[in-house]
Design a protein around this ligand. Sequence first.
Ligand code: FAD
Length: 448
Amino acid sequence: MSEQIPILAAGRVSENAKKTLDIVKKFVEERCIPADPIFAAQVDQGGNRWNHHPTVIDDLKKEAQKLGLWNMFLPKGHYKESPGFTNVEYGLMAEWLGKSRCASEAVNCAAPDTGNMEVLAKYGNDAQKKQWLKPLMDGEIRSAFLMTEPDIASSDATNIQLNMRKEGNDWILNGDKWWSSGAGDPRCKIYIVMGKSDPGNKDPYKQQSVILVPADTPGITINRMLSVYGYDDAPHGHGHLTFKNVRVPAANMVLGPGRGFEIIQGRLGPGRIHHCMRTIGAAEKALEWMLLRINDPRKATFGKQLKEHGVILEWVAKSRIEIDAARLVVLNAAMKVDDFGAKGALKEIGEAKVLVPTMGLTVIDRAVQSFGGAGVSQDTPLANMWANIRTLRLADGPDEVHLQQLGKNENKRGKAVTEHIQKQQAITKELFAKYNTSLSQPGPQSKL
Ligand SMILES: Cc1cc2nc3c(=O)[nH]c(=O)nc-3n(C[C@H](O)[C@H](O)[C@H](O)COP(=O)(O)OP(=O)(O)OC[C@H]3O[C@@H](n4cnc5c(N)ncnc54)[C@H](O)[C@@H]3O)c2cc1C
C-alpha cells in the first residue's frame, strides 16, 4: 500500500507510517475481511442479537495489538496518548479499515468511540480520563454519543431539549434521545450526553452542556433499536432512549455548564475525515466486487461477458476517476487539519463530508447493478455497504447544512467578484472603442 500513496501526500508520510500502512493493509486483507462473515454469524448465534458480541473481534484485537495497530486515530502533537500519526497518515490507514466490518473495531479506531475518546482526551479532567478514557483506549469498554432527539430537528443543535436541572451536587436529566449509535452493545458503558442546562441564557450557543452518564444509571430506558434500511447493525445498533429523572454527579460535567457547543464542535473535525477515508475504502471494495462480477466467465449476456460491454467498462473507468479524485479532496482536508487544526480546515472538511458519501453511493450502485439481482441481496457485501454509506449523508449533519455553510462562505466573495468582472468589462469596452469593432451577434456585453 505504501507505494500507492498519492503523490500529493507522499512527502507527508513518515517511514514509520509507511511501514504501519503496509501492516494495516495485510491485517485488513488477510485477517479482517475473511472474518467479516464470522462476525455476522456470531451476532446471529443464540437468537438474541443484542446480549453478546462476536468473540472473533476479541481475537482480532489481540492480533492487532501484537502488530502494534492500536488507537492510530489519535493525532500526534495533540494528545500524549497518541501513537504518533498525523491525520494524513491515519487517513490513509482508515481507507483500508473501511473495507471491513471488523477492522476499525479490531484496531480500536471505531466510531463513535474515536470521537468520544477525543472529547475525553481534549476536554476531560484527570478523574474523567482515568475512569472512562483509559478503558476506552484499552478497548475494554465502548461508548455512545447522545445528541439527536426524536421530537426536534437536531441538525440545528440549538434545538436540543433534553432537560438538565441542577439539584445539590447532581444534575437531573429528563428527555429522549435517538440514533444513539453503539447503545445496543452490552459493552457500551458510557454515554456522552448533550442537553440544555441553561435555557434562559440569551446566547443560544451557551444553553447546552455535555455530561458523562454511565449507561447503567437508574432512570435510563432503551425503548427500541432503530434499523437502517432494515439492517439492525447489531450488536452496535442505534438506540432510542428515554431519560427519566436520571441523577448524575456534577463532577461528570465536561468542561463546565454552558460549554456543550464548544465540545461538539471540537469533536467533529477529524471524525469526518475518518468517515470519508473509510468510505473511500468501501468504494474501492465495491469496485473490486464489480471487477469480480464482470470477469465471471459463467455470466455472459448477448454473447459477451460483461467486461466486453462498453457501458460496463465506462462504469469501471468512471468509478476509478471518482474514487481517486475524492481521495485527494479528503487528503487535502487532512493536510489542512494537520497544519491549521480542525477550525482552520472547516471548508475542506465540509467539502469532503458532502462529496465522498455521494461518490461512494454512486460507485456501490454501479457495482450492485453489475451483479443484477444478487447485488441487492445478502450474497454480496454491497447492499449492506450502500445502506451504511447512505447514512453518512445524514449523520454528523445532513448534506444541506454543510452545503448551506459552504455556499454562504463562497458567496462572501460575491461583491469582490462582481467588481472584478465589471472592471474586465470596462476594459473590454475600451478595447472595442480602440479597435473600432463590435460583435456580429451582440450579447449582453455589447450593451457596455
Ligand atoms: C445511522 C445513523 C447514526 C447516527 N448516529 C448518531 C449518534 O451516534 N449520535 C447522535 O447524536 N446522532 C446520530 N445520528 C443522527 C444524525 O446526526 C441526525 O439524523 C442528523 O444530524 C439530522 O438530524 P435530524 O435527523 O433531526 O434531521 P432534521 O434536523 O429534522 O433535518 C431533516 C432534513 O431537513 C433538511 N435540512 C435541515 N437543515 C437544512 C438546511 N439548513 N437547509 C436545507 N435543508 C435542511 C435536511 O435534508 C435534513 O436531512 C445518526 C443518524 C443516523 C442515520
